[in-house]
Ligand binder design. Structure first.
Ligand SMILES: [Zn+2]
Length: 160
């Protein structure tokens, strides 16, 4: 279910698009690390056409399953891009995918969502990491690539 826009329906009046983009459509192909999508992307935006340019203005929201980058505690978070806006080209080297009169807006929504994902999510702004260690933020890059690794095996890797 990609987000398709019928360019024939786009006249002088902006079109409002609203819906849910399921997680499989948003998969960015990278390894699962500290942030995973826990639900579909909710999008709501207007599309306006100026010549060969589409102007999208609205909001994107998606729920995230995160692991704290400091203490590895799992927590829920919500990514909200509001206001969100983007300009898309209908022709030229940067043109978005089109099949006939249908323009595919999915890659643009995917890209902006992925770019906005937190690189180092924290369960709390003042999370101090492991209570026992008393040390400042630790790099969990090994755990990031392991997929199903548990908190305890990540702890083992810290080699206190
Ligand atoms: Zn934490």
């Amino acid at each position: 279910m990609p987000v398709l826009l019928n360019l024939n329906e786009l006249t002088e009046t902006p079109i409002l698009l609203e819906g849910l983009l399921p997680v499989p459509e948003l998969d960015w192909g990278g390894p699962e690390d500290l942030v995973a999508l826990s639900g579909p992307l909710h999008y709501r935006f207007t599309v306006r056409r100026e010549g060969e340019i589409l102007l999208l203005v609205g909001a994107l929201t998606v729920d995230l399953d995160c692991l704290c980058a400091r203490c590895l505690k799992p927590f829920r978070s919500r990514l909200t891009l509001d206001p969100w806006s983007v300009q898309l080209e209908l022709s030229g080297p940067e043109a978005i995918p089109q099949v006939g009169e249908l323009a595919d807006l999915t890659p643009c929504l995917r890209e902006d969502t992925v770019l906005a994902l937190p690189q180092r999510p924290l369960c709390a702004p003042d999370c101090s990491g492991w209570p026992a260690s008393g040390r400042s933020p630790t790099d969990f890059s090994d755990a990031q690539t392991a997929g199903q690794r548990t908190v305890w095996s990540a702890l083992d890797k810290l080699k206190f």
